[in-house]
Unconditional design. Structure first.
Length: 236
């Protein structure tokens, strides 16, 4: 059959669309390239499998934390911080998040059970509605009381999904990216780290950032917060 010019154009555009979409995974799935690079999902889009409440049992889906329509959310406060059952040492974590209006939450790493709350051991990357949360001097992307981006760097998007890539590597350095923009570099235990630590409340906490591995933690700070596409790859 002879194709007319409109048919040819339609065919080319259709093939291009199919080709481009094949490069990207649907929400809460991995591409072949990601699997080959060692990425694994921490959220399957349907259940809370692989997660537990800090110092507790696996949560009941829908009670406070819920997995629904491909999104992991804190629907109402009181659920407690959610931590991975698996512990990680050197890793790269990627996820999308959306915070409620004026809301406050956070993401911690190297969390272990202590006599106190999760943040007694785990450094926290802030999740905040920057423009409408006047209660905090911090902003999204800050490593709480420790590191923040250079002046003028504010890639957070209100009322939209935002993305984090958090790279924790004790050998080659760590960094945080928010919406594709690198905010800062840091090295846990370095002279610079210790100097900054001395000016915070954490200096009196013997477990703070003291453990080489631990759980990844999603904070229940009392505000609605949502996550999706939570994936991790361990670094050798």
């Amino acid at each position: 059959m002879r194709l007319t010019l409109p048919r040819i154009a339609f065919t080319v555009l259709t093939m291009a669309a199919l080709s481009s979409t094949s490069l990207f995974a649907a929400d809460n799935t991995l591409t072949a390239e990601e699997k080959s690079a060692g990425w694994e999902l921490l959220f399957d889009g349907k259940t809370l499998d692989g997660w537990k409440i800090y110092k507790g049992q696996q949560p009941e889906n829908g009670k406070n934390w819920k997995a629904e329509e491909g999104v992991l959310s804190l629907a109402k406060p009181g659920g407690g911080d959610l931590v991975t059952e698996k512990q990680f040492e050197n890793f790269e974590l990627a996820l999308d998040f959306k915070i409620s209006e004026g809301g406050n939450s956070g993401l911690m790493f190297h969390v272990v059970d202590t006599d106190g709350p999760s943040y007694y051991s785990g450094p926290e990357i802030q999740i905040l509605d920057d423009a409408r949360n006047q209660r905090e001097a911090q902003k999204s992307g800050y490593l709480y009381q420790m590191y923040k981006p250079a002046e003028g760097v504010a890639p957070f998007k209100a009322d939209e999904w935002n993305s984090y890539v958090i790279h924790i590597d004790s050998k080659n350095g760590s960094w945080v990216k928010l919406n594709g923009v690198k905010l800062y570099d840091f090295e846990i235990g370095s002279d610079d780290w210790k100097k900054r630590l001395e000016s915070t409340k954490f200096k009196a906490w013997k477990d703070f950032a003291a453990h080489k591995s631990g759980s990844i933690c999603l904070q229940d700070h009392g505000d609605v917060v949502s996550f999706r596409n939570i994936k991790v790859r361990e670094l050798k």
